[in-house]
Structures are given as structure tokens and as C-alpha cells.
Design a protein around this ligand. Sequence first.
Ligand SMILES: Nc1ncnc2c1ncn2[C@@H]1O[C@H](COP(=O)(O)OP(=O)(O)O)[C@@H](O)[C@H]1O
Ligand SMILES: [Mg+2]
Length: 433
Amino acid sequence: MIQYPPESTQPGDPVSRLDSAYTPDSAAGLSSIPFEATGSVRAGGAPVAVLRLDLTDFRSYETARLEVDARPVVLTGPNGAGKTNLLEAVSFLAPGRGLRRARLGEIDRRPALMGGEATPEIARPWAVAARLATPNGLVAIGTGRDGTSATGDRRLVRIDGQAVKGQAALAGYLNLVWLTPQMDRLFQEGAAPRRRFLDRLVFGYDPAHATRLAGYEQALRERAKLLRAGGADPQWLSVLEETLAREGVAVAAARREVADRLDRAASRPAGGFPSPRLSLDGGIDAWLETMPALAVEDRLRAEYGANRRLDAEIGGASVGPHRTDLKVHHAAKGAAAVDCSTGEQKALLISIVLAHARLQAGAKGAAPVLLLDEVAAHLDRTRRRALFDEIVALGSQAWLTGTDPELFAELGGRADFLTVAEGAALHAVSHAR
Ligand SMILES: Nc1ncnc2c1ncn2[C@@H]1O[C@H](COP(=O)(O)OP(=O)(O)O)[C@@H](O)[C@H]1O
Ligand SMILES: [Mg+2]
């Protein structure tokens, strides 16, 4: 299942690290050949799935290759074996900072953490290379830390061997959603993680959302910097505010549409899961309720212009989609998610993710890839079975982790079972079926 080292990886050479999944095959145009649907995939639907994953100096993995098919993947093994590390590697196939939101340098393999020698060493930048099945054929994605960048905290992305600028383009290939134990606090924390959760869902409906969001955030940072420095050219501020108003309304409108769709789709959840109600809370969201988008854009531009002095003081901007919050209610209880038990909150999140997967499978014929870290252990048998059945029915390549393989027994032959074993430097992953 996993081979060491992947033959095509040459440690030390950053380009080949990113491209170890990029073979002359794909150069010859394999990406235009439709991927053959396997038996586990819903009739008529082309699967979106990770077929191969190569890690180099990624956390506990020196080099590792994982080859799976489009079925759900179950990773089991003791605490600390490296299950979440594998999910994190997959999460870098989408835009953003991955499912741990780590600093990129933290991810470089540190042998000292694995009981290895603690000698000071120059960390080699990590890399992840993947081969994906998409409705348009096979795609090779390479990503990793750019060790040569000034901060060392820049991420490189290559798609089919071509370097791309930024990460937003990734949203057009792999539609990826995750639930992690950290997200048990999603409703307790500030609004930013909830916005990120929603934005990741929006990428599935509109991959350009990732580009707009990045453009908005970039303009917001530039404006804040100019305002902080003082004496900025008003003309230049106006140019930035123009971008903020245009992209900001597009971002808010896309979120609003997806939240509405999810709200409707989640009203009939899979067996045993609660029905969540979703809404957006924010100034711009309220305007969009009653005003046409163009009028909201004008109003937003005017507000940015009028608030320069205030925004210089607060070091940001007092209006805009960066202040939106996603509100979730437990319909049957009539209570806000924040007032529900941890278990109920988790179940609400699963309902949202499954509603999203259903919508995506219906609209695109391909369900998103789901990374469900330690989710199964917290569900009773009925809900666990409902979750598995739904995942299989949707043809989603869900990556499920847990310490106990028994939890996943009901998936049987419908999933690929892998054991992640503890080891000093290398972790063996093998079939345990
Ligand atoms: N940068 C790193 N270098 C080496 N090991 C790391 C690094 N970051 C985390 N680890 C180690 O990886 C191990 C596996 O972590 P994880 O994937 O979270 O395990 P689990 O199987 O419980 O999900 C942990 O023991 C952790 O110390
Ligand atoms: Mg873990």
C-alpha cells in the first residue's frame, strides 16, 4: 500500500518533491482522459477523489506514499500514529492553511518530535504531491513550503506541473470539507472560524469565491497599512475601497446564497441527525436582505470612504464581509448552537456537511471529499450507521479516522481500511482488511 521511498521522489530537490505525482503520462494529456468510475461510485457520477498521496518531510513522515481508490478511506491506529497528519496533508490540496491552520514551518519534519536525534539541523521544506480523479480527468497537484521565500512561510502550488500563483486555483479541482476535534469549539469561538467553515463550503459552488476572498483580504490589509501609516493618497485609498466594495459584495452574496441553500437542504437530515437552521449575521448581510447588490456596493464604498479615520484607529474596517458571522440554530430545540451540548453541536455540523455533500452530488454529480477526523467515535450506533450509509450513497471519498477499527466495521467492504502504525521515523500504512 505504501512504498518507501516513492521512486519518483528525490529528497532535496524541491521541484521534484512537488511533482512526484507528475509523470510523463500526465504531461502527455492524461488529464483529458475521463476517469473510469469504479463500482463504489454512484451511477452517472464521476468521483472526485485523491488516488495517490506522496508526502516528503511532512510532520512525522519522511517519505510516504499512499494509494487508494475512490471509496471512503478508514485510517486507524493508536494516538500519535500519524492519522491526523495524513488528513492534514490532504487538506493542503485545497486553498488555505490546512486543517490545523499551522504555520508552514511547523510542518517540516522534526525528528526530535519522533524520538530521533535532537541535533540542530536545517529543516527541509515539506511537500505533498497528489494525483486526483476529477470529473475532467486526472490532475496532478503538488504543494509545499517554499524554503527560498523571504519569510519561509510561503506555499508553492503546482497543477499538472505548472506553477500557479497563490492557492485559490486549487478550489477549482478538489472540493474539500473537514470536521476536526478542534471544531467542537466552533460555536464557542469568535466568528472567523465559522466564516472560514462557510467559505470552504462556498468554494464547492463557486471556486472563484476563493480568488475574490483572497482579493478582498489583500485589499483590506493594504488599506489598513496605508491608514496606519497616515497621510495616504486619498486616490489610492479610493482604488482599494472600490475593490473592497466590488469583491466584498460578491463574497457576501455568494455566502448568502449558499447559506440559504444549505438551510433548505439541511431541513431533512440523514437518520438521527438534527436539523440545523443557518443564517448570516452582519451589516452587509442585512443590507443584502433589502437592497439590490449594486446599491449595497455603492453603500459599502461610501462607508469605507466615510470611515477612514475610525478604521485607522481600529486597525481594520468597521464594515464588510470580514465581519459576517454564520449563525446556526438547532431547529427541534429552538436553541442557538452555542447553547447546545458538545455532542449536539457536532451533530449539527455533520448535518450541515452532509447537506452540502448532497447538494454538491446533485448539482455536479460529484460529492466533495470529506475529512472526518475522530468523528465516528462520538456518534451512537444509529448515527454512525446513518453517516456511513450517506457517505457511501453519495459516492464521497470520506477520510475517516479513529483508534478502534471496530467503529467502522459496518462499512465493511465499502471502504478502504488502512492501519497507521507508530514508528520512529517512518510510519507504515498497510491494508488491514
Ligand atoms: N513537524 C513534525 N515533525 C515530526 N513529527 C511531528 C511533527 N508534528 C507533529 N509530529 C508528530 O506526529 C505524531 C502523529 O500525530 P497525529 O497525526 O496527530 O497522530 P494521530 O494518529 O493521533 O492523529 C505526533 O506524535 C506528533 O508529535
Ligand atoms: Mg488525530
